[in-house]
Design a protein around this ligand. Structure first.
Ligand code: KG4
Ligand code: ZN
Length: 352
């Protein structure tokens, strides 16, 4: 089965063609991503109205590019490419998948309404996809993972722990009570004068730290629930910086290390505790923050000290941040098409 997937929940416009054959993992035949991130880096955060307008100008070229590349063809002039894309969609694509939410309403609407139009005009089934669950299914690209597993979603907007018992059968264990892990890193990065999004930059700065003497608190690390809280960390860092005076390059490296260390310690401790509680020997990470090498290494390292010694999976780096390949992978493993008329953009969609 071949699925054309579309993702437009935030500032990335992405389309992908995924192939799923019986007994084999999902394979990416093409993935195309345009981002308005550079525009938002100038203002230090996303302006929803601007993101939606950019989505509108990218969506058709991005879908066309992905369709052509799935058959080894390349975009030449737009008119010929559109005609070729149309015929590939008609002949080779079996179904559509689209991010339904959560996300920014203006951005979501562009992808959802485009996908619904294609579903209707081409008479193809369409699967609405929860963006958060899709971050976990980025792991099902090119590799098979046996269920059950504990899933940790760590992105710019969300931090959630879930217990996946089977495909489409999961239990939400807990999540952030305030800022998401990525959001906290982005906000702290801004205070430190680092470019947006700050997560990768904090990782880079942290790797240069040598003294490692600063320590920030680990909110909720000992609570027996699976909730997280990261907004206090931001306040603590802001206070620390205020009392420290002007920051040198070295200070920024040491603070970045301490911030990353605190966030990772909480994420790893609670995820491993969930694996132990549910006696689950597999852990799957997803979302932009799961690109972080120290998070991956620490999770693997500390997992060895637990009673169940779980296997840790994470997506290929290019599939950690927002992309349509993960949307297609989710739809391939949870193939539940609905009538196109019933699909609505749902900015507040969470877990059912
Ligand atoms: O999943 P994603 O692309 O978007 C959402 O769905 O929110 O995640 C973006 C987040 C940003 O907060 C960014 O700073 C963070 O992922 N991020 C990282 C790294 N790469 C991206 N955080 C820590 N380390 C990284 N290497
Ligand atoms: Zn995301």
């Amino acid at each position: 089965m071949r699925i054309l997937a579309i993702e437009t929940s935030c500032d990335e416009t992405s389309a992908a063609v995924i192939e799923k054959k019986q007994q084999s993992p999902a394979r990416v035949l093409s993935v195309s991503i345009s981002s308005s991130g550079e525009l938002h880096a100038l203002t230090g955060g996303i302006i929803p109205e601007k993101a939606a307008r950019e989505q509108l100008s990218y969506i058709i070229p991005v879908i066309t590019k992905s369709l052509l590349e799935s058959e080894g063809k390349h975009v030449s002039n737009l008119k010929d490419s559109l005609a070729m894309g149309n015929s590939i969609l008609q002949q080779s694509i079996d179904a559509l998948a689209v991010t339904q939410g959560p996300g920014l309403i203006g951005s979501l609407l562009i992808g959802v309404e485009t996908a619904k139009t294609l579903s209707f005009t081409m008479d193809k089934p369409i699967v609405p996809v929860n963006h958060l669950l899709a971050h976990i299914y980025a792991n099902f690209i090119d590799q098979e993972i046996l269920l059950p597993f504990i899933g940790l979603i760590v992105s710019g907007g969300h931090t959630d722990l879930l217990y996946f018992k089977g495909h489409g059968n999961y239990q939400w264990l807990g999540g952030t009570r305030d800022d998401a892990a990525g959001e906290a890193l982005d906000k702290i990065g801004r205070i430190l004068g680092l470019p947006y999004p700050a997560g990768p930059e904090i990782e880079k700065q942290a790797s240069k730290a040598t003294e490692k003497q600063i320590s920030f608190s680990r909110p909720l690390i000992n609570s027996q629930d699976f909730d997280f809280s990261f907004s206090g960390l931001k306040t603590e860092v802001a206070r620390f910086i205020k009392s420290a005076g002007p920051l040198s390059e070295k200070d920024i490296q040491e603070i970045s290390f301490a911030v990353q260390d605190a966030v990772i310690d909480v994420l790893v401790t609670k995820t491993l505790r969930a694996a132990e509680k549910y006696n689950c020997s597999t852990i799957v990470l997803g979302g932009g923050v799961s690109a972080n090498g120290t998070l991956r290494d620490t999770m693997k390292q500390k997992a060895k000290n637990t009673s169940i010694n779980p296997n840790i999976y994470y997506p290929k780096k290019k599939y950690t941040t927002d992309n349509a390949a993960m949307i297609g992978a989710y739809a391939a493993y949870n193939f539940t098409p609905v009538a196109w008329q019933d699909i609505k953009a749902m900015p507040e969609l969470y877990f059912a």
